[in-house]
Each structure stands twice: as structure tokens, then as C-alpha cells.
Design a protein around this ligand. Structure first.
Ligand code: NAD
Length: 461
């Protein structure tokens, strides 16, 4: 992949800034056209886009459509449909003494945006935020990940062909190119990726007091409420979520807590699901298990499996330097190597706990995760999770499917990030709610009481 020359980056930044300042991106008709072009870009280039993501991640066509391209196209169409509703100025209800004033909340674009995205979901994570930016009337530059070169390259090729190239641009590159971009003054930055780089981006944004959305990761826990859930379905749904994109998913269920007396039943549930998902073996072509993004990440996962003190009960096989079978590790302890950092691979550590209180103590002892998962039919346990844990999202009785629900915000909390996107929330990210009042000249007699010299009698609220 050839990177954007550093010398050109400032010109690109100037171009998209000038375009925003010219007002071109503001009319709703313009925004609608650009949004529909995003959907058209996907529709007309489906095969090439699928091919690129297969090259980067071995992602099967089904997953590419279901969790990347399909949702982007429908987000773009939905935003095009909803533009009037989302941008309509609001007239809040006011106290009676101010009801002759014109009080309005305008929804205005923040301005010029920067979207820095990771390799693991290389389309949806940069294009859904872009949809929000377009709908809001912003201009934007996308910086996709250098670790997913085929998808980055195709975006750099297609975006200027389908969208207004003066308003929307792709910069390709790694640390020097991203650092160059971060030196400019932006009106909003949206960063998705790991926490280490998140801190760098936050520091750069702070220099210019730029608003920021940070979509980070972390270890998302799963609690399986032994006596109050269908263990086999819980196991199937956990394994399903964990093996998505070979576990390289920010909302992946990272570790499983289960009451001690139900652990064997859960492991048996994993065995059943495993056989059903991969009848020819986990690395057979029919299993549709994709690739780990590069040999370094593969070696990191293999090393975790070598160093864990837990017992590998399912999977563990590797193939070449990029494939790893989904793996279930039993008898993992809280201080195990698998419990240190976000695993970001299809490994499921299973930890026995005494009861729900023990599980809550473990979860509360760690930073707020992106998601908390809990399998239970008990209202009491649900309430405990809702009131005594915190996370970006709370999901009961499934994994991964929250991403299909566009009516809830997708984002983190604490160390898993801040801000959100998804459906209208993507639009909200890129707008400023600008309050406005217009106090009629004719109202002056009613305001006479406020002018000096003050009279104590006037104060009778
Ligand atoms: P990555 O290595 O692709 O990095 C992300 C982006 O940061 C890339 O565009 C990269 O070029 C840029 N970058 C890297 N180093 C930089 C530096 N020193 N200065 C400036 N920019 C730099 O992706 P990653 O960080 O490996 O992504 C995986 C992480 O992302 C995981 O922790 C995962 O949980 C998280 N993630 C979060 C979400 C979410 O929505 N919350 C979604 C996907 C991934």
C-alpha cells in the first residue's frame, strides 16, 4: 500500500477545511446526495469490497455483508431519510414570562472532522462515522489502518470517485501520517482503536480543545447465571460472539464467569456448540474461521495459550502464522495471563466463581468494559448488573447482537472510551446543539426591572 506523501497531507486538510468554510456541505440536498452515494458505492462495488476484506482478514462474504457493508449502506439510507427530522430546529417549552422571546435550539455541524479507524472492522468503523459527519453537514478526512492495506486502499480509491472529493478524503499511512494529521486543528476527532494510541489522540485533541470521541476496547465480561439460564444456549451464543472475526472484535466476550457447580455443564455446552459450528474441524474451510490480522498478533495469541495456567479443553490448534482455532480454556484463575489485557482473539477463558456477588466483585475490580454480558432469566440478577456494574452497553442473554440495534448508542465508558455512534447517535456526534434567543425590542418595558439602579421590590421570584 502506498502511503499519502506527508507533503500532500496539509493540502488535503486545507481543501476539506476550505470546502466546509465555503458552506457547500450545508444544504440538506447536498448531504442527501452524498449519503446515497455512500450506499451506491457499496452496492456497485460489493464484490471488490468483499475481496479486499477477505485479503486482509479472511472474512467470509456472509460476515462481510452482515456486519460491515450491509449496515453501512442501511445507515446511509436511514440518515438520508431522516435528515429533515434530525436537523429541524427545536422550540423548547419556556417559562411564561419569556414566551414572547424566540427561543430555538439549532443543530449545527461541528465543522471539519478527522476519523481514525482500526483494522479489525475496516469498513463499518470508518464509514458509519463518516455517514454521521455527512448527515451533520461536516467535511471529513478518514485515516484507515495501515494494518488492513487492501481495505484501506479500496476506500482511498472509491471514496473520491463517489463522494465530493473536496469535502471527503482518505489519507493512507501509519504513525507519521497520523501524527501529521493530529497536528492540525479539527472541530471533532473520532478515534477507534486501542487505549495506548487513544491517549496520544486525546492529548493531541486537548492541545486545540477539540471535541473527541474515543472508541476503545477492554475486557468485556460474561456472567452465566448457572441455575437461572439455559446453559447450552448460553454456551452457543458466547462461542458465536467470540469467534466473530476470529475474536478480533472490540465487543467480543473476553472472559466467562460461571458458578462453580455449573462450570462442567457450561464446558459441555461449549463442546456441543463447537461440534455443531465446526463439524469438519475448526480450521477446515467449512468452518469459515478467518485470519488473525498479522503474524505478530498471531504469535501474541499463541504465546498466551502457552503461558496460561488454565487447561485448553477445546481448540488450540494453529495453522501457519495467521490462523488459530477458537479455543476454550477451563480452570482459569483471576491472576492468569489471559486475564491481563484484552485478548482480541477467539480464546474463551472460563473462571469459576462462588456466586453472582463474587462475579460482581471481579467485574467491579476492573476498568469499565465496553460491554457487560449476563445470561440470566432472574430479574434480581439483571437488576444487580444494571445497578452495580457499569460499561458502554449492558447485554442480557446474547452476545454481539447489540450491534444490530441502531436505536441504542454504541460506545464505551471510562477506559473503554467516551462518546458514541450508531443510527442517530452517529449524527449527534458531529453536531453542536446551538441555543439561540431573540429578545424582542418591544419586550423592553417588561424587562425594566432588571436595569440599575436596582430596587429590592423588583425581586419577588
Ligand atoms: P490499529 O493498530 O489499526 O490502530 C488504530 C489507528 O491508530 C490506526 O489508524 C493507526 O494508524 C493509528 N495509530 C497507530 N499508532 C499510532 C500513533 N502512535 N499515533 C497516532 N495514530 C496511531 O488498531 P488497534 O489499536 O490494534 O485496534 C484494536 C483495538 O481497537 C482493540 O483494543 C479494540 O478493542 C479496539 N476497537 C474498539 C472499537 C470500538 O468501537 N470501541 C472497535 C474496534 C476496535
Amino acid at each position: 500500500m502506498s502511503y499519502t506523501p506527508i507533503s500532500e497531507i496539509e493540502l488535503i486538510y486545507r481543501r476539506v477545511s476550505d470546502t466546509f468554510n465555503s458552506g457547500v456541505t450545508l444544504p440538506l440536498a447536498y448531504r442527501r446526495r452524498q449519503l446515497l452515494q455512500v450506499a451506491r458505492m457499496i452496492q456497485e462495488n460489493e464484490k471488490a469490497l468483499e475481496g479486499a476484506i477477505y485479503a486482509d482478514l479472511g472474512k467470509p462474504k456472509f460476515e462481510a455483508m452482515l456486519s460491515e457493508l450491509g449496515p453501512v449502506a442501511s445507515a446511509a439510507r436511514q440518515a438520508a431519510d431522516k435528515l429533515e427530522e434530525w436537523t429541524r430546529p427545536q422550540k423548547p417549552e419556556v417559562e411564561e414570562w419569556r414566551n414572547t422571546w424566540d427561543t430555538t435550539i439549532y443543530t449545527v455541524p461541528k465543522g471539519v472532522g478527522l476519523i481514525i479507524s482500526p483494522w479489525n472492522y475496516p469498513y463499518i468503523i470508518c464509514l458509519c462515522p463518516l455517514v454521521g459527519a455527512i448527515a451533520a453537514g461536516c467535511s471529513a478526512i478518514i485515516k484507515p489502518s495501515e494494518l488492513a492495506p487492501a481495505t484501506s486502499q479500496i476506500l482511498a480509491h472509491l471514496i473520491p470517485k463517489y463522494l465530493d472529493p473536496n469535502a471527503y478524503a482518505v489519507v493512507l499511512g501509519a504513525v507519521p501520517e497520523t501524527s501529521t494529521l493530529l497536528n492540525f486543528k479539527w472541530d471533532h476527532i473520532m478515534y477507534t482503536g486501542g487505549i495506548r494510541v487513544g491517549r496520544i489522540v486525546a492529548a493531541a485533541a486537548a492541545k486545540n480543545v477539540t471535541s473527541l470521541t474515543l472508541e476503545l476496547g477492554g475486557k468485556s465480561p460474561v456472567f452465566v447465571d448457572g441455575d437461572n439460564t439455559d446453559i447450552d444456549i448460553a454456551a452457543k451464543r458466547i462461542l458465536y460472539g467470540r469467534q466473530q472475526n476470529s475474536g478480533q472484535l472490540c465487543v467480543s466476550p473476553d472472559y466467562v464467569l460461571v458458578p462453580r457447580h455449573k462450570k462442567a455443564a457450561l464446558i459441555a455446552g461449549f463442546e456441543k456448540a463447537y461440534k455443531a459450528f465446526y463439524p469438519d474441524g475448526p480450521l477446515a474451510p467449512s468452518s469459515h474461521i478467518g485470519k488473525i490480522v498479522n503474524p505478530a498478533h498471531h504469535a501474541r495469541l499463541v504465546s498466551l495459550l502457552e503461558r496460561t495456567k488454565g487447561k485448553i479443553v477445546l481448540g488450540g490448534q494453529t495453522e501457519g502464522d495467521k490462523r488459530l482455532a477458537p479455543t476454550v480454556v477451563d480452570d482459569v484463575k483471576e491472576d492468569d495471563v489471559l486475564m491481563e489485557d484484552e485478548i482480541f482473539g477467539a480464546i474463551v477463558p472460563v473462571i469459576a466463581v462462588d456466586d453472582v456477588e463474587h462475579a460482581l466483585r471481579i467485574i467491579r475490580g476492573r476498568p469499565y468494559p465496553l460491554v457487560s454480558y449476563c445470561f440470566t432469566e432472574s430479574e434480581e440478577t439483571k437488576q444487580k448488573f444494571l445497578s452495580r456494574t457499569n460499561s458502554g452497553t449492558m447485554v442480557f442473554n446474547d452476545t454481539f447482537m447489540q450491534l444490530a440495534v441502531h436505536e441504542i448508542p454504541f460506545g464505551g465508558h471510562g477506559e473503554s472510551g467516551y462518546g458514541s455512534w450508531n443510527g442517530k447517535f452517529s449524527f449527534d456526534t458531529w453536531v453542536h446543539k446551538r441555543g439561540s434567543i431573540n429578545v424582542p425590542i418591544a419586550a423592553d418595558p417588561h424587562l425594566a426591572f432588571r436595569y440599575p439602579p436596582y430596587s429590592e421590590d423588583a425581586y419577588n421570584f
